[in-house]
Write a protein that binds this ligand. Structure first.
Ligand code: 5RP
Length: 229
């Protein structure tokens, strides 16, 4: 499989997922270069008068993009509940567990995905993996005792835990933990959630996911729905 996917595949996946958005919906908008195209498609349909929706955004850059496309963006508290959330992912395993947080937005992304009964994921085929882990597991960490947190993550089996230069939109530190192959994402997700000082980790378990829209390098787009597995 290619490690570099041409941008048209991201555009194809992103635009294809917009078909699940219908007038009157409250929509959670994810972050990244694939869901970028979902937001563009939604903006174009709204500008043409074909769609009427309200949105909430998982990052400041998504809020800026959505507003620039003419979409109405509210805070999560203002919008209250969602009908659908759409977002990208860094890894998708065969059960549809995800790694997210490559863009450091996973805390807001998880919060918003969990506000919606339907979570649609958009990726190109390079994101499909046999098991989560090679990308690393993003972790948002309070800037209080990052060394203590990193050591606890290492005690769970991470070979290395690296700190990013960039912070999250929430002002917190971002780290990447490298566990190698993650054999039990649910177990690891529970263990990471129990470490005080971790604001959120980037393991999104399959029970959140309705479907994954996947674009291939040849231009084709297919979907995997969790109920089919
Ligand atoms: C940001 C994310 C993104 O959804 C993920 O990194 C995928 O991004 P892209 O579509 O640019 O590959 O989790 O925190």
């Amino acid at each position: 499989m290619d490690t570099e996917m041409p941008a048209p595949a991201k555009e194809a996946a992103g635009r294809a997922a917009a078909r699940y958005v219908k007038s009157g919906m409250r929509v959670g908008l994810g972050t990244g270069s694939t869901v970028h195209w979902t937001i563009v498609e939604l903006g174009e349909r709204c500008s043409a008068g074909d769609l009427r929706i309200v949105c909430t955004a998982t990052s400041m850059r998504t809020e800026d993009l959505a507003s620039s496309m003419g979409l109405e963006v509210m805070t999560p508290d203002e919008i209250g509940a969602l009908d659908l959330a759409i977002d990208g992912a860094d890894e998708v395993d065969p059960q549809l567990n995800l790694t997210k947080g490559g863009g450091g937005a996973h805390t807001r992304e998880k919060l918003i995905a969990q506000m919606a009964p339907r979570f649609v994921v958009v990726v190109d085929e390079t994101k499909l993996v046999d098991a989560l882990g090679p990308f690393g597991t993003p972790i948002e960490v309070l800037d209080f005792a990052p060394g203590v947190v990193a050591r606890r993550v290492q005690a769970l089996g991470a070979g290395t835990v690296t700190e990013r230069e960039a912070r999250s939109d929430n002002g917190n530190l971002l780290m990447d933990a490298h566990f190698g192959t993650i054999s039990d994402p649910a177990l690891l997700a529970g263990e990471l959630s129990r470490i005080p000082g971790i604001v959120e980790h980037g393991l999104f378990l399959a029970d959140m996911v309705e479907r994954v829209v996947i674009a291939h390098g040849d231009g084709s787009v297919r979907e995997i729905t969790r109920s089919e597995l």
